[in-house]
Design a protein around this ligand. Structure first.
Ligand code: CU
Length: 248
């Protein structure tokens, strides 16, 4: 695991450009260019995109982060239907992956990558026409359930602009699981998105053991955030989602 040193974190969280990631389709001369942005609900489609430089050429050299050269996060704008995919890179610089968008709505696609040593998260919207039913953000809670697992969030009060420690403990049928399995070079992967604009926070794994995995996160402002924890157990990746409230 490429553990990021403490002092470098603030810069990585906010980028060198002063803002959280994922809010823009173009940052630092690099632009996310997507193929078709309109999808049919529940249909298995191919999603293609490229990262273009200022001259409009597709970037083809990407650095590995957490064992992959591209992390693609897709979530509906009301923060349901979270997906985390690893597209493959074609020789011409086109990234491609199968993608199913389950229900109508507007989705946000985040391309999270590093090139030339610079880590960036670019974002663009995808559309699924149809009869829209938006979900309310669930109220904050310290426990989430997924596929029979209960995941408990152990943290103190979360404060804007300060580094927060987040730990998760995973039980199955009332018993702590014996050992989390490695996923993306750590014992889990966590993405936090801000309600209202879907600002994308970089969160770094800080360790863990047995049934517990821990992270450091920097929430840039007050407000509510939806956190998506992914962990591996019995050979499968599971996703648990939490709403948290960040105070001044
Ligand atoms: Cu990934």
């Amino acid at each position: 695991m490429n553990e990021i040193q403490h002092g470098e974190r603030a810069e990585e969280h906010f980028g060198r450009h002063g803002a959280p990631g994922g809010l823009s389709i173009s940052v630092a001369g690099l632009t996310l260019a997507i193929g078709s942005k309109t999808f049919e609900a529940s249909r298995n489609e191919t999603f293609e995109f490229r990262i273009l430089d200022q001259a409009g050429r597709a970037v083809r050299d990407f650095d590995e982060q957490h064992g992959e050269r591209m992390h693609l996060i897709v979530v509906r704008r009301d923060l349901v239907h979270y997906q985390h995919l690893h597209p493959s890179l074609g020789a011409d610089g086109t990234w491609a992956t199968a993608l199913v968008l389950p229900d109508p709505g507007v989705y946000r696609a985040f391309a999270d990558f590093s090139t030339g040593g610079e880590a960036l998260t670019l974002g663009a919207d995808l559309w699924v026409p149809g009869n829209l039913k938006f979900a309310q953000l669930p109220t904050p809670t310290g426990v989430a359930h997924t596929e029979g697992y209960e995941v408990a969030l152990e943290t103190g009060a979360l404060a804007a602009g300060a580094e927060s420690s987040l730990a998760f403990r995973i039980t199955l049928r009332g018993q702590e699981i014996e050992q989390l399995e490695p996923y993306l070079g750590a014992l889990g992967h966590l993405v936090a998105l801000r309600e209202g604009d879907l600002a994308f926070l970089h969160v770094h794994p800080t360790g863990g053991a047995g049934a517990q995995v821990a992270f450091h996160a920097m929430f840039p402002s007050i407000g509510r955030y939806r956190m998506f924890l992914q962990f591996a157990h019995t050979g499968r990746v599971r996703t648990a989602a939490f709403t948290v409230e960040v105070s001044p």
